[in-house]
Design a protein around this ligand. Structure first.
Ligand code: ZN
Length: 871
């Protein structure tokens, strides 16, 4: 699943990219209790659904028939998950009625006599209902007259039970069959092979019959129904289909065109061919996640379709490759238990990197991986936990950057550790051995052990069952007389709870006329490593390529940093040098970074250099950024705009104003708007107000202008914000307007009551994302009197994300621990200052020592004893 971006990334929900809706959970105290997979006494072999809809009533009616076989003798009852559905009748395979009890969430079917182990029985449940979750009906409304009428399902994590009675947990797999009757102009996208379409001309309906022979878990069973245009490709003869609204057909290739190439690349790389009869991707209205990897039939959010201008820097290909990779990791092999969901999501998220390597090259893939690392750091700051944990109440709480991004980074380290050939051979073995089965982390550890003879339990213990990451401080020293280099490595992370010291095999590369590579193993809190070399290296790289999940401060003399900035062939090495030079802060150092910002060969390096100059915050740094504001690469311009938002002065505002008034990239314009607000300079209001009129992909320009207005702290913005929050606009713009209102009203008596009431109204908005935006904005507003309205969401809604966030926001408001945008910013400033303070103290101590050492003894002791030692 791609919920894409929780917590901190919510800030990006108003304009970032498809990641923006992935990870919604807020930082929370760990929920009480532990969750375990349920017992199962029968094996479900096959599930058949025969369904029809009442579009007016938003209702479903049909029959769910399960073929089951007991796994032990004497089974007298079958318990199915069946939430809020009306059960009319339950029958056996011969049509004979079976007794049943239904308590509203569990359906217990009683067999007249105990079933024998290995026997086969059928249980057909005739039911109907108007689901709140699991199955969604969209259509035109007064505020959104253009919304198409559609019906689509979303099972993960445990919502299938809201639209058909089933064993709704990932430790059960069955083949499936759907017969869905819809209006005759509609198409049904279902799992597996389309066996038949039956047209009833009298009733003006068509019935689509699909069958998926590969056994799969319930949450992957899906239907997506509506008027769709179909575009078809092929991969090795397998049909590859894209379904979109007819008016969007022209955008299909831009988003999905690489799908057959991805199927080829993944089939070769994973060592197991794409396993199903077809692959379809369907884009539906108002989808509540980024994408969902339903078996052989992925469902996607409409924002993945884009115009030409958005295609400049918006890349839905990551979403496409992520969902495709799930067809192996998640669908063919499924986590047995939600606590091991990283085996689905970590592999899918890492596959984005794997495809980028093939598509865009290693540097680009590396850049994507570093963005994942940053997303994980952001999440870790809000909540630290192990990847695998049973401490959750709603499974959806686990679907955050711990299992997505950190999961991906852990797999990357494993690949580095084992080497490409061995790693992919293990992946092939894992997929082959567990094909059609459920897995837990130990299964992967076992495969590696069998394939390589290596026991990597320590690796999984620290990265998967342990929490956090190493924070390393590395220093370099050179002894010319001895021709030896010394590296001291300190692990600075706080050792507490599930975070310990890390064992880290790491490469060290001494660059010079003849580069020398060494491998060391870091495992103590403080270690020194000495190396004999022919000559003093020009510069040194610790973990070149940045394969380890870590934060690194690497102290080298500034002439070595400058050499590294200019000549390290590894782009991230150049970035590390730039970051350290910006901490050095001298004019000379900043100008060197400024020159690199203009001419480094890789855009990803330039993006990070802009950020480092922004963090430095001095006028010299600002001048380097202003000089780069018109740089040709739009991704770099975007980063420069973001960095300029750190400066509250006229020069920064002038450069940002020029970008905000019009740029070829929506996202540069957006970033410039946001940053312009933060400069709080005269003239910014007018520019932001005018930007509100511009349409853009993901509402990027409008959404960022709204947040820019909030940062500007100008009360003339009120009517603009209120109008933008109202129904009728795109979700991203509305969410940004709500958040902007909350930010502007926070702690200000004349406004907060009114804004609280306004936001509370949107808690019942028909749009899922608007409800979400209102909930999280109320947290920013930090008004305890909103608690009753926030808590009501939990009792009114069946969606797991809304429920768990309602609980968390209410708790934060009650305790006054709300994390408004400013507080988040303050905390990160504080952290940065603490880092800087440490750096300054270190430098101070060294300077003092140097001064002390350089004092001629004559001055300290007149006519003292003879000087000892070397001169
Ligand atoms: Zn996913």
């Amino acid at each position: 699943m791609s919920i894409r971006q929780k917590g901190a990334a919510f800030a990006g929900a108003y304009f970032n990219d498809e990641r923006s809706c992935r990870a919604f959970a807020l930082a929370t105290a760990p929920p009480e209790g532990k969750s375990y997979a349920p017992d199962k006494v029968v094996d479900v072999l096959h599930t058949k659904l025969e369904l029809g809809f009442d579009l007016e009533r938003r209702a479903v009616a049909g029959t769910a028939t399960h073929t089951v076989t007991p796994i032990l003798d004497g089974v007298t009852a079958l318990v199915l998950d069946c939430c809020e559905l009306s059960v009319h009748e339950v029958k056996d395979g011969r049509g004979k009625a079976l007794a049943f009890d239904h308590d509203g969430s569990r359906l217990t079917v009683h067999f007249p006599k105990p079933l024998a182990k290995g026997s086969k029985s059928q249980v057909a449940v005739v039911y109907s209902g108007t689901p709140r979750s699991g199955l969604y009906f969209t259509g035109p409304s007064e505020a959104y007259p253009r919304t198409a009428q559609q019906v689509w399902s979303q099972g993960q994590d445990e919502d299938s039970r809201f639209w058909f009675p089933c064993f709704d947990y990932p430790n059960e797999r069955a083949s499936s069959e759907t017969l869905v009757t819809v209006p005759e102009s509609w198409t049904v996208v279902g799992n597996g092979k389309l066996l038949a379409v039956k047209h009833d001309r009298a009733k003006k309906t068509r019935t689509f019959h699909h069958r998926e022979d590969t056994p799969h878990v319930s949450y992957l069973l899906s239907v997506a129904c509506g008027e769709f245009a179909k575009v078809e490709d092929r991969w090795r003869g397998v049909p590859v289909q894209y379904f979109v609204r007819p008016s969007e057909e022209g955008k299909v290739r831009r988003t999905f065109g690489l799908t057959p190439d991805m199927m080829e690349h993944f089939s070769r790389t994973f060592g197991v061919d794409y396993p199903y009869e077809k692959y379809s991707q369907v884009v539906v209205e108002d989808f509540i996640f980024g994408g969902m990897e339903n078996i052989s039939a992925t469902t996607l959010i409409d924002r993945c379709l884009m115009d030409e201008r958005a295609a400049l820097d918006y890349e839905p290909q990551d979403l496409v490759s992520h969902e495709l990779a799930h067809q192996w990791f998640g669908d063919l092999v499924t986590c047995k238990d939600w606590s091991h969901a990283w085996l689905n999501e970590g592999f899918a998220t890492y596959s984005e990197v794997v495809y980028r390597e093939h598509w865009r090259g290693r540097e680009d893939a590396h850049q994507h991986r570093l963005a994942q690392m940053q997303a994980y750091f952001d999440r870790d700051r809000a909540e630290r936990r192990p990847i695998v944990t049973k401490a959750y109440t709603q499974p959806i709480e686990l679907f955050d950057a711990h299992i997505y991004e950190k999961g991906a980074l852990v797999l990357h380290m494993l690949r580095e550790h084992l080497g490409d050939g061995v790693f992919w051979a293990c992946v092939k073995e894992y997929l082959t051995e567990f094909r059609g089965r459920t897995v837990q982390t130990e299964d992967l550890v076992g495969v590696i052990n069998r394939m390589t003879g290596r026991n990597l339990e320590w690796f999984f213990d620290q990265w998967v069952y342990g929490a956090g990451f190493p924070e390393l401080e590395v220093a370099f020293a050179w002894d010319e007389a001895e021709k030896s280099a010394t590296l001291t490595v300190d692990q600075k992370q706080k050792v507490e709870g599930a975070t310990g010291l890390f064992r880290l095999p790491a490469r060290v590369l001494f660059h010079g006329r003849r580069p020398v590579e060494q491998v060391i193993e870091v495992k103590e809190a403080h270690q020194g490593f000495t190396f004999r070399l022919d000559a003093k290296p020009d510069f040194v790289a610790f973990d070149p390529g940045c394969h380890l999940l870590k934060r690194l401060t690497f102290k080298q003399p500034s002439e070595m940093l400058k050499a590294r900035l200019a000549r390290d062939p590894d782009w991230f090495g150049r970035v590390e040098a730039a970051q350290m030079l910006c901490k050095d802060g001298s004019r000379n150092a900043l100008e060197a970074v400024g020159r690199a910002l203009l001419k480094d060969a890789f855009w990803g390096a330039r993006v990070e250099m802009a950020a480092a100059l922004g963090e430095n915050g001095s006028l010299v740094a600002r001048d380097q950024l202003v000089a780069a504001a018109k740089t040709k690469d739009h991704k770099v311009r975007r980063a420069v705009a973001r960095a300029l938002g750190k400066f509250q002065d006229a020069a920064a505002a002038a450069a940002l104003g020029a970008l905000a008034k019009g740029d070829i990239s929506y996202f540069v314009e957006g970033e410039a708007n946001l940053a312009l607000g933060a400069t709080r300079q005269p003239g910014a209001f007018e520019i932001l107000r005018d930007s509100l009129k511009r349409e853009s992909h993901l509402d990027a320009v409008r959404a960022s202008s709204l947040m820019g207005l909030a940062r500007l702290r100008d009360d003339r913005a009120w009517p603009l914000l209120k109008a933008a929050a109202a129904p009728g606009g795109k979700a991203q713009g509305r969410i940004a307007a709500m958040r902007a209102m909350a930010t502007l009203a926070r702690g200000r008596d004349p406004f907060r009551t009114e804004i609280r009431e306004e936001l509370e109204r949107y808690l019942t908005d028909p749009n899922f994302f608007a409800k979400f935006g209102a909930l999280l904005s109320l947290e920013v507003l930090d008004e305890a009197s909103a608690v009753p309205a926030v808590e009501a969401v939990r009792f009114r809604e069946s969606d797991g994300r809304l429920r768990s966030n309602s609980r968390d926001v209410a708790k934060a408001l009650r305790e006054g621990k709300s994390k408004g945008e400013e507080i988040v910013a303050l905390r990160s400033d504080l952290e940065r200052l603490r880092d800087d303070k440490r750096g300054i103290e270190d430098r101070l101590a060294k300077l003092e020592a140097a001064v002390k050492a350089s004092r001629p003894p004559a001055k300290t002791k007149a006519k003292g004893p003879k000087r000892k030692g070397k001169r």
